[in-house]
Design a binder for this molecule. Sequence first.
Ligand SMILES: [Zn+2]
Length: 335
Amino acid sequence: MKRREFMGRIWVAGAFAGAGTGVSAHPGMKPSPQQTGGSGGVFIERAVAGKPHAGKVLAAVQPHTDDIPLFAGGTVAKLINEGYTGYLIRATNDEKAGPGTTGETVLSNERDNESVAKALGLAKIFNLNYRNHRMDDLSRQEMRARLIFLIRLLKVDTIISYDPWGHYEENPDHYVTAQVLESACWMAGMNKDYPEHLEAGLKPHAVREKYYFARGPQLINRVVDISTTIDQKVDANVANKTQGPGGENGARLKARLSAQNLKLSILGDNDDLANRQYIKHFVLDLDSQRLRGVRSDRELGREHGVDYAEAFHYVAPYPVDFNMEEYVRKNATPL
Ligand SMILES: [Zn+2]
C-alpha cells in the first residue's frame, strides 16, 4: 500500500468515524470536547447569502501554488464570495516542481499562482520566494518577521493554511510554513515584537480565526460546504498547469486515449472540458486519495448531507461571551 493511501485511511478513521455522532473511533474511548469540536460533533459551515464577512480580511497562505487550490480552494472562494477581502501569500518559489529549466519552472509556477488568485477572487499576491524543498534550512525568525509585517499591514482576521500540528506531513515546506505562520498570528498582536513596525505606522494586530487543513491525521471540527464554489475550486486547479495533479492532465488523458481509438465520455468532447471534468471527477473525487492524499470532496460532502465539502481544524476567535468590566460592575462591592 502506498504511504499516502495508508495515511489517508488512518485520517479517515481518526477524524471522521465519530464525526457528528459523538462516537469514538476507538471503542471504549469517549471523545474529548477537543476531538469533536466542543459540541459533540463537527460543525457544518454552509454558504451564507449576502456579504456577512464584508470588511474582514483573510490570508490564504500556501508553500506552493497548488496547495490552497487542492485542499481549501472551495472554502477560500466561499469566504470571498461572502464578503472577505483575500490575499494570497506563497512561501516558496516552486523551483522544484515542473518541466523545463529551474528558471522556467520558477516563472511558469509564478504565472500559475497569479491564475490561482484570479480564480479564487484573491485581491493580491505576496510571493516570499523561499527556495522550494529547502524551507527547513531557513531562518524561522526572518520568515516570522515577514509574516508579522504582512498580518499587521493587511490587518488579517482569518488565515487558511496547513495545520501546524498535522501529523506525518512529509514536506518540510508545508510544516515550516504552517508552524512559522501560527507563531506569527499571535505575535503580530504584541507591541514589543518588531516595534519599528509601529514607528512606521502599523499597529499590533493578531489573527483570531484559522482554518487548518492537513494530508495526515488531524483533529477535524469543521466541515465547509463548498457546493456553491466547487466550480471555482476546479478553475483554481486548472490554473496549476506546471505542477500538481490538475492543470491539463484531463486533455492529456483524452489525447492518449484518442491515440488508442478510445474515449471516456466523462471527459467530454473538448480539451477545456476534459481538464475540468478530470479535476472534478478524478482529482477531487474518484482518485483523490492517490492524487491528493486526502479523501474525496464528494464523499466527505455526502457524509454530511451536502454535495461537496472540505475538512478543517478550525480555531475560532477568542470567546466574547464574558465581559470582565461588566462582571466587575455587577459584582464589585465597597471594601
Ligand atoms: Zn505543497
